[in-house]
Design a protein around this ligand. Structure first.
Ligand code: F3S
Length: 394
């Protein structure tokens, strides 16, 4: 790799031990993946923030770093709502350790916003280079916005945040963003809810793997694209997808269907995933809710009362923008939590079966929470929670 004189000086330790070690991480990555230089980034999003996932060793590593981030940087969701952790049933010991993780990041200058939807907080434009690490955020940034980021690990995202740059390889390069496989969804399917797109993503992601799909046959809204990408990133390893005539880069690549594998997706495969399973709780907001999703949930819950725990997750700033919707949701008995989510928090581990409207949560909950999982539309989740539809554990 060709480093600038300034980068050589950092590597030589002239700006401190931490910056030198962080640059070593970026240079090592660059060499492995054939980058020739480092390029500036606009923002970073760092995973490895929940004490549930990083544990004592991760905390110890963070506490020994001595530097400051040089671009806007947020964290992935952590293990609890920072102000309402008691209501989540989090133990004081876990809360203490989680706060220590957050304090370590705060000392590095990372914003205390813990979210997998940083695109709702930071202006992120087409062509921006980023260093984001949460898989659904990476898929959204690349695919829906047309920004450019590889799927960073926690340490490489933090290194990029501290140095304000990242090695130029992979999805930072336009030729690497071409479609490699076609996913053809049965036209006319009743795909009206984020859960349907999550189910498509869950099904297709397993077959697509880490390739870049061009998806045909759907016309999703932005929130549906979010759900689709999150699920493909979870069941497969999709970091970028195109949707024909919809996503910003779909038009710039000319592909021949005859030269690419075509994966058909039929409605039957989607409906098979949405089987009825009795549940003890409902969790909504994976990825964390947008303003529109929070408003939709508030409308569905208006004047109703939940009979099982219902947790809704959204970034703290999104919650702050919608005080009326949050009150409406909580009047039903449901709870709106920030900073965390159903997967990275230990709070959901006490349930045996959980209903979700997300293909990604559907993919992760069995392993991460040890619970059975049911996938349904947002309206079906609310109907089950409020007793309007069967499906609760008796
Ligand atoms: Fe976000 Fe947690 Fe889902 S990090 S994408 S809400 S698993």
């Amino acid at each position: 790799m060709i480093l600038s004189p300034e980068e050589e000086a950092i590597l030589a330790g002239e700006e401190g031990e931490t910056r030198a070690r962080m640059l070593e991480i970026l240079v090592a990555l660059g060499k492995v993946y054939g980058a020739t230089r480092l390029i500036p980034i606009r923002s970073a999003q760092v995973s490895g923030a929940s004490y549930k996932t990083i544990g004592h060793w991760g905390l110890d590593w963070l506490q020994h770093l001595d530097a400051r981030v040089s671009v806007p940087t947020v964290l992935n969701p952590v293990g609890m709502d920072r102000s309402r952790w008691r209501e989540m049933g989090i133990s004081p010991e876990f809360a203490r350790l989680q706060e220590e993780v957050l304090a370590a990041y705060q000392r590095l200058g990372v914003a205390m916003e813990c979210t997998c939807t940083p695109y709702y907080l930071y202006l992120t434009r087409y062509g921006d280079h980023l260093a984001w690490s949460e898989s659904s955020a990476v898929a959204y940034a690349n695919s829906v916005i047309g920004a450019r980021t590889n799927r960073e690990g926690g340490p490489s995202a933090l290194a990029a945040a501290i140095l304000g740059r990242t090695p130029e390889y992979g999805l930072h390069l336009v030729p690497a963003r071409e479609p490699q496989v076609v996913v053809r969804v049965e036209e006319g399917s009743r795909m009206t809810d984020a859960a349907h797109l999550g189910a498509i993503g869950y099904y297709a992601g397993k077959l697509v793997g880490s390739r870049i799909p061009m998806i045909e046959g759907i016309r999703p809204k932005k929130d549906h694209l979010k759900s689709l990408g999150a699920a493909m990133a979870a069941s497969g390893a999709v970091a970028l997808f195109h949707v024909k005539d919809i996503t910003p880069e779909a038009r710039i690549f000319h592909y021949q269907t005859s030269e690419l594998e075509v994966i058909p997706v039929e409605y039957k495969e989607i409906s098979d995933l949405m089987r009825e399973v009795p549940v003890e709780a409902v969790a909504l907001g994976c990825p964390q809710c947008s303003s529109e999703e929070l408003t939709h949930i508030a409308e569905l819950l208006a004047g109703r009362e939940v009979q099982i725990p219902v947790y809704v997750f959204a970034a703290r700033e999104i919650v702050a923008r919608h005080p009326r919707e949050v009150v409406a949701i909580e009047q039903s008995g449901a709870r709106v939590f920030s900073d965390t989510c159903m997967v990275v928090s230990p709070a959901m581990e006490r349930f045996q079966a959980i209903m979700v409207n997300s293909g990604k949560a559907f993919s992760y909950i069995p392993n991460m929470c040890g619970a059975a999982v049911r996938l349904g539309t947002t309206a079906e989740c609310i109907d089950v929670a409020t007793g309007r539809a069967a499906g609760r554990v008796p």
